[in-house]
Write a protein that binds this ligand. Structure first.
Ligand SMILES: [Zn+2]
Length: 508
């Protein structure tokens, strides 16, 4: 039989690459080398991609960043001069959760094909930064899913959740103890200031009837109107669009748990150690994507591709609004330091319905679904606030704290001659430290009282201005009552009960 024209052409001309998932009929996921080869092949095909190395993983693997732009841009300023959004897609942060990696490769290929064919495409409206294999070392620690990812419906061999240091990279955004997060700070978050960040996962929690679940930031420390758009417009909009386009049911990420003797739907934590909340502190739209681990690998990849693509199409349409909502504006007089989980709405939730005596299956889609109306805890409300200062002052000897703040893109100015300043001090009445380490650190929580005083700030201290651009982040890192900032993670030592918090707040 004669080969088809397409097959004949493929023999003589370079071909668009296929993912390992596609080649294997969704029985295998891409290795690091295959992921890199796929992107290199796109570049060889003339795709609108510039491939950069932004760091080295703990085991020495180059950490990739693909810049997709048409025309190509070198930096954020060029992108913004063209009126384009900057969007960051990050996949495989937990390397057992592999479909984000496959889906982002397929999305890169599809956009490249559209550009090649001269068809309208997302790059008309945005520059897309892609790291399809954020946890590269974890990806290579292939083992049976029964070891690395129990209860997931294929592929049989996947990588580990942790990176090679044993860190959960989705808890590392504040302390940045991993080369992966440092690379993301140095080469993505700070220089590109993405307008939108998508972090791609797979959940293995409650068995429900959704094709995929998602979350906006749950931390309220971001501009109110931006959070309102992210949580109340963008996410429900994408949910409705995918229902209309593909018949998919989507819902807020969460698990069914019992609270006060009632079944409720509950989201993840408020801390900015999570990617989706970290980017909120940067006044950026955050989207958590969670494919469903009991769906098969192909379905999870299709769902992730469809969800990401729908999000990209929606933010492309809303780009002028997003750019306006992200414009730096004066900070509120107070912002939150303590938060409680809160109900956003009460709504029917689609859960697996088991027949009497039926055991809950470990994997595969539920045979039957029932809608149970319950409170949806999809957000946190502020239960304690602190005043927002004009600046923070701290002694120059806190070198690791200063280095970390600079890495997060904060301005840290040395004080070269003494300054008289009205400040708020914080007297520590209670010092609590976790008995066991979390991610290598025994977390610290402080209680105490503020007092207004005039102080002389000596030379050798540093000043961290609280500006509309970076004030949310500075506040989160430096407030004494925070539960996820510099003191929490041990960067300010162990300020004991009865002592003064080493950071002073400059009050207007
Ligand atoms: Zn995950």
């Amino acid at each position: 039989m004669l080969p088809t024209l397409a097959a004949a052409l493929a023999l003589v001309s370079p071909a668009w690459p296929q993912t390992r998932a596609e080649i294997s009929g969704y029985t295998e996921t891409s290795t690091y080398a295959e992921t890199m080869a796929f992107m290199n092949q796109l570049v060889k095909m003339g795709a609108p991609i510039q491939l950069r190395t932004i760091g080295q993983s703990p085991e020495g693997r180059p950490i990739p960043l693909a810049i997709m732009a048409h025309p190509m841009v070198e930096n954020a300023a060029q992108a913004r001069r063209q009126g384009k959004l900057v969007v960051y897609l990050q996949a495989n942060i937990h390397a057992g959760e592999v479909e984000g990696k496959e889906a982002t490769l397929m999305i890169m290929r599809r956009i490249s094909q559209q550009v090649r064919a001269g068809r309208p495409n997302l790059l008309n409206h945005m520059v897309i930064l892609v790291n399809p294999i954020y946890n590269a070392d974890g990806n290579e620690k292939f083992a049976s899913q029964s070891v690395n990812r129990p209860g997931q419906d294929g592929p049989e061999r996947v990588g580990t959740r942790a990176n090679a240091q044993g860190f959960d990279l989705n808890r590392d955004c504040i302390k940045a103890a991993s080369p992966e997060m440092r690379a993301a700070l140095d080469s993505v978050y700070v220089p590109w200031d993405p307008d939108v960040t998508l972090d791609l996962h797979t959940t293995n929690g409650t068995r429900h009837g959704y094709e995929l679940t998602y979350a906006p930031p749950t931390l309220p420390t971001m501009p109110e109107a931006l959070l309102a758009y992210n949580r109340d417009v963008l996410m429900p909009g994408v949910r409705a669009q995918l229902k209309a386009d593909r018949g998919w049911e989507l819902f807020d990420y969460g698990n069914a748990v019992t609270r006060n003797n009632q079944m409720v739907w509950e989201t993840f934590g408020y801390e900015a150690r999570y990617v989706t909340n970290y980017v909120a502190l940067r006044r950026s739209i955050g989207i958590l994507s969670e494919a469903i681990s009991f769906h098969n690998f192909r379905d999870r990849t299709v769902a992730t591709d469809g969800f990401v693509t729908s999000c990209l199409e929606r933010v492309a349409r809303d780009r002028a609004l997003i750019q306006r909502l992200r414009r730096p504006a004066p900070l509120p007089a107070e912002m939150g330091v303590r938060f409680n989980l809160a109900v956003g709405r009460t709504e029917p939730v689609l859960l697996e319905k088991l027949a009497p005596g039926q055991a809950r299956p470990a994997t595969g889609r539920p045979a039957a679904i029932e809608a149970i109306t319950m409170p949806v805890y999809d957000r946190f409300t502020t239960v304690r606030t602190a005043r927002v200062p004009a600046a923070y002052y701290l002694p120059g000897r806190y070198l690791s704290a200063i280095r970390l703040m600079r890495r997060h893109g904060l301005t840290v100015e040395p004080i070269t001659s003494p300054i008289n300043q009205t400040v708020e001090t914080f007297a520590i009445s209670e010092f609590r430290q976790a008995a066991r380490p979390f991610q290598g650190v025994r977390l610290i929580t402080l209680e105490g009282t503020f007092a207004r005083q005039t102080r002389t700030i000596p030379a050798g201290w540093v000043r961290v201005p609280v500006t509309p651009e970076t004030g949310h982040l500075a506040f989160h890192l430096l407030e004494p009552e925070g539960t996820d900032g510099l003191v929490t993670w041990g960067f300010l030592g162990e300020p004991g009960q009865g002592t003064e918090f080493p950071v002073l707040k400059a009050m207007p």
